[in-house]
Design a protein around this ligand. Structure first.
Ligand code: C2E
Ligand code: MG
Ligand code: MG
Length: 306
């Protein structure tokens, strides 16, 4: 392990203003990454205020029914049928639909992520039951924050919810990011091992953009790798990125884990993904994230069309 410092710099007339402003600047420096510095200015004050407002509003979002889970299909490349839905959280706030990047970091820094994460799990399982009773033969994949994996009650929470909805561990997948493999391996590993023992599929999201080593990857009970969309988007523009995807698929099959290509937007990308024998794919080409009602309607239309 090594230590880094984040530095905030402010210039104010009074000492307590200088300390407060330097503190705000230091948090901004931290948000830029490790070992950075930042100067205080008025825009940072505005930003800090809006983060506090957002956190306050988010605290009541579940109770007010403002949170909603959208679902995006993951298809099998050979048949192009939907086999999994990924749960993607949305927040309807002040007349606008907010995406996770706008509020998950705030939920994480205020400890709200535990409550929100549990709400997402419950909602996704309940909607899975609805989709199945509609005749769809699918499973559910839910994103979990590194903070949720640091809490060893997660397997208990998941087990209780599975029981409530009459589901099995294998009906559920949990998506984690590479950062989990880098910091704090200990708790995360025991939590993931317990979940995997329940049959829950562990999925490594956004693979290829982090820094996890292959040995750490092998130490974790990972069943599926999602190839980050930044690689998929390079298809056609750069031969070397197609080679990179080929290498990731080859490495994954040696581990052995299956692969999902994320962010597939064009038929050209889909064709290459399929030729590389990537088993699953997800992206706007196959369907955008949408409320469960949309997927119920779509399957009704498909049946009517037949
Ligand atoms: P992710 O898990 O990698 O999800 C994929 C993101 O890519 C989604 O963004 C999705 O809308 C977007 N996407 C899907 N297909 C395409 C495509 O073809 N092209 C492009 N350009 N984008 C595509 P979204 O919904 O904004 O979610 C962003 C991230 O927020 C997710 O990335 C996930 O890491 C996180 N997230 C979402 N829901 C939750 C949640 O319930 N809990 C936690 N902790 N994180 C969540
Ligand atoms: Mg994901
Ligand atoms: Mg991803």
């Amino acid at each position: 392990a090594y230590v880094t410092a984040s530095v905030g710099i402010a210039d104010a007339d009074r000492l307590h203003d200088a300390i407060r402003e330097a503190d705000t600047a230091m948090y901004h420096a931290k948000s830029l990454g490790a070992a950075r510095y930042a100067f205080f200015d008025e825009s940072l004050r505005a930003r800090a205020t809006s983060a506090i407002e957002t956190a306050t509003a988010l605290r009541g979002a579940i109770r007010r029914g403002e949170l909603e889970v959208y679902y995006q299909p993951i298809i099998e490349t050979t048949s192009r049928t939907t086999v999994v839905y990924e749960a993607l959280l949305r927040w309807n706030w002040q007349g606008r639909v907010r995406t996770p990047n706008e509020f998950i970091p705030i939920a994480e820094s205020t400890n709200l992520i535990k409550e929100i994460g549990e709400w997402v799990l419950r909602t996704a399982m309940s909607d899975l039951v609805t989709l199945r009773s509609d005749g769809q033969d699918v499973t559910m994949s839910v994103n979990v924050s590194p903070m949720q994996l640091r809490d060893d009650s997660l397997p208990v929470i998941v087990g209780r919810l599975l029981d409530t909805y009459g589901l099995h561990g294998a009906d559920l997948a949990l998506e984690i990011t590479e950062s989990v493999l880098i910091d704090d391996m200990g708790t995360a590993k025991s939590v993931l091992d317990r979940l995997a023992a329940m049959g829950v599929l562990i999925v490594l999201d956004d693979f290829g953009i982090g820094y996890s080593s292959l040995s750490r990857l092998r130490a974790m009970p990972i069943a599926l790798l999602k190839i980050d969309k930044s690689f998929v988007h390079q298809i056609g523009t750069s031969e070397s990125d197609t080679q990179l995807i080929r290498a990731i698929v080859a490495m994954a099959s040696a581990l052995p884990v299956a692969t999902v290509a994320e962010g597939v937007e064009t038929e050209e990308q889909a064709a290459i993904i399929e030729a590389l024998e990537c088993r699953f794919a997800q992206g706007f080409l196959f369907g955008r994230p949408a409320p469960v009602a949309h997927w119920l309607l779509e399957s009704a239309e498909t049946r009517a069309g037949r």
